[in-house]
Design a binder for this molecule. Structure first.
Ligand SMILES: [Cu+2]
Length: 159
């Protein structure tokens, strides 16, 4: 077998392997997360996504605000990390269930944001305390509407 034939044979194998792997990849939603290397709650959120069945790729960067700007997330809605899922920006501690709903609905939008770092959101667990927070849908003009609301939960008092 000459070199040309060997190359094309390898090429076919590669193409075949790629085709076989595609259905599996499509079934596992993928999130690419940009986070500061020292951010602990960002890692908490990554773990939350993984346990919800997402495959996660992490890029550590000190320029998280540049990533946010590139994706069209207004600074006032910013948090500690930015993810990309199915072409959407996922800013901050957005629950995995809301990302799945977004990917199923596929609206015309920039993506989702949980501004700041509300206590009790995924990755921001702090004992039993859960503050209320909202998941916002950002449209292409940078305006937000409420996508999901999470009420505050008080731990039962131990008296
Ligand atoms: Cu955080």
């Amino acid at each position: 077998m000459n070199l040309m034939n060997r190359r094309s044979l390898f090429g076919s194998f590669a193409a075949l392997t790629l085709l076989q792997s595609l259905p599996v990849q499509a079934a596992t939603p993928m999130v690419h997360v940009y986070k500061n290397p020292t951010c602990g709650c960002c890692t908490g959120w990554v773990e939350h996504l993984k346990s919800a069945g997402f495959s996660v790729e992490v890029t550590e960067t000190d320029e998280t605000s540049a990533v946010r700007q590139r994706l069209g997330v207004p600074d006032r809605l910013g948090s500690c990390h930015t993810g990309i899922a199915g072409g959407y920006a996922i800013e901050g501690h957005v629950p995995a269930a809301d990302i799945k709903r977004l990917l199923a609905m596929r609206p015309e939008a920039v993506g989702l944001a949980v501004p700041g770092m509300p206590v009790g959101s995924p990755g921001m667990e702090y004992g039993d305390r859960k503050d209320s927070y909202k998941v916002l849908l950002i449209d292409r003009k940078g305006r937000e509407t409420v996508f999901a609301s999470y009420p505050a939960q008080r731990a039962p008092s131990k008296s």
